[in-house]
Design a protein around this ligand. Structure first.
Ligand SMILES: [Ca+2]
Ligand SMILES: [Ca+2]
Ligand SMILES: [Ca+2]
Length: 218
């Protein structure tokens, strides 16, 4: 019994299951408390509501809470890309889904961005209009799951050489479940997340106590 419990605890500790949700950006309403799935006050042509941490980030959080600063200039910028990098994903993925809290995508008016997940083309021809925020949800296709397992990461690359659209992100989020929440109006970041270090410490403490107890019984 103790062995079983110990194995269970060990499995919980090494399993990526609780790291199932990774969020880039902090969902603070574009740095200005702007609501999801709503009209927002007009952004200035180059809006920058980033915190110093977000400005310094290298995982894509530097592209949140900004509007057109991710792609500087007022016309299509060949070669400028926005990359959200989800790293340390391991190789045990069997399903996955993503959310993007985005603002003001206008593909028909200004041209669609070219977006890839680990180099695999995605259709990002969104027409949410202006001034509109929208939380969008996707299941990941099997080829994307395969690429995560072979690379151990997921790079979402958004390239604007064919688009003059200005847009923004509040966050990008990756889960290792399909259909974790198919309701785009239900904030997926509520009630989920990576456990605090204290939780991990408690698990180690629990395992240690079990081992000690078992030794006493032997
Ligand atoms: Ca939001
Ligand atoms: Ca923020
Ligand atoms: Ca736009």
């Amino acid at each position: 019994m103790f062995k079983l419990l110990s194995i269970t605890l060990l499995t919980m500790m090494i399993s990526p299951a609780w790291a199932a949700v990774i969020m880039i950006g902090d969902n603070d309403g574009y740095g200005a408390g702007i609501a999801d799935n709503a009209n927002h006050p007009p952004f200035t042509p180059i809006y920058d509501g980033r915190t110093p941490d977000e400005v310094a980030a290298t995982n894509g959080a530097q592209y949140t809470d900004s509007y057109s600063t991710a792609h500087p200039g007022f016309s299509p910028q060949t070669g400028t890309t926005t990359t959200f990098s989800f790293t340390g994903l391991g190789s045990g993925w069997t399903s996955g889904s993503m959310w993007f809290d985005m603002a003001d995508f206008q593909a028909s008016t200004f041209g669609a961005v070219t977006t890839t997940y680990n180099g695999i083309a995605q259709n990002w021809s969104f027409n949410d209009g202006y001034p509109s925020t929208f939380v969008r949800y996707f299941d990941l296709a099997p080829d994307v799951i395969t690429s995560i397992n072979s690379l151990g990461y997921l790079d979402v690359v958004i390239e604007r050489s064919g688009s003059g659209d200005f847009y923004g992100f509040d966050y990008a989020l990756l889960s290792d479940n399909y259909a974790d929440d198919t309701d785009p109006y239900n904030d997926p970041t509520i009630g989920v997340g990576v456990p605090e270090p204290a939780t991990i410490s408690m698990l180690f403490l629990g395992l240690a106590l079990l081992i000690i107890k078992r030794k006493k019984l032997n």
